[in-house]
Design a protein around this ligand. Sequence first.
Ligand SMILES: [Zn+2]
Length: 140
Amino acid sequence: MGDIFSVRLAGNIASKKAIGSLEFGCKYLGSKLVVVLGHSGCGAVQAACDSYSGGNIGEIIKLIEPAVARETTELDDRASSNKEFLAKVCELNVDVQIKQILLRSTILQEMLAKKQIGIVGGVYDLATAKVRFIENDLIF
Ligand SMILES: [Zn+2]
């Protein structure tokens, strides 16, 4: 309590309210590091892979679809039942959400430019309980 300002949403999506919460955490509470943490076997990413769009879930899926589109190595089986495909999209989704945060938040862009905060992406493996940080997503 007081050590981590946690913003938790299905699919670790950079929705407008999530970005606003990150801005609040950094600007007003003094958080120094934004960690966008996806996880293996993410159900929201699975739904995006399978193009599910029922109810309000579609609003979440829309924000994950760019990660599905960015996965171009799996050509035949692009359903969530393909575990390789799902794992690749989970990782790409972390990168996509980081890019969205930076694209849509002037506050966080400025804090990053002044080296007041850093941003890092990672994927939590449910099987091992380990986090693998994504080198390309280390932004300081
Ligand atoms: Zn998930």
